[in-house]
Design a protein. Sequence first.
Length: 110
Amino acid sequence: MLTPQNFRCDRGCAECCKYLTVKLYKKDIEAIKKEGYEEEFFMEFDTHIKSPVLKLRDDKCVFLGKKKGEYYCRIYKIRPKVCRLYPFVNSETIESCRPELLKYRSNTNI
């Protein structure tokens, strides 16, 4: 079973930054705006989960960059809460947008 203790993120992989709906919380939005980004660039409203979410461009997060063949997050230090917790995100959020990811969660709610 995948747990926070045995999960390892592979640098440059960025699979978590593709195709996923990333819910934005107020603190996330404020932090990103403080870095100089306009809401119109990074945010849209998802009517299914009734929440602001990160925009995708070509099925990838708008903050996903690529340099020398490796992906990276342009806002890694202030990345949204959902990104910091991935793949151990709230099961309610996953069930509403990506139920197939539930198999990667631990039994502990975060």
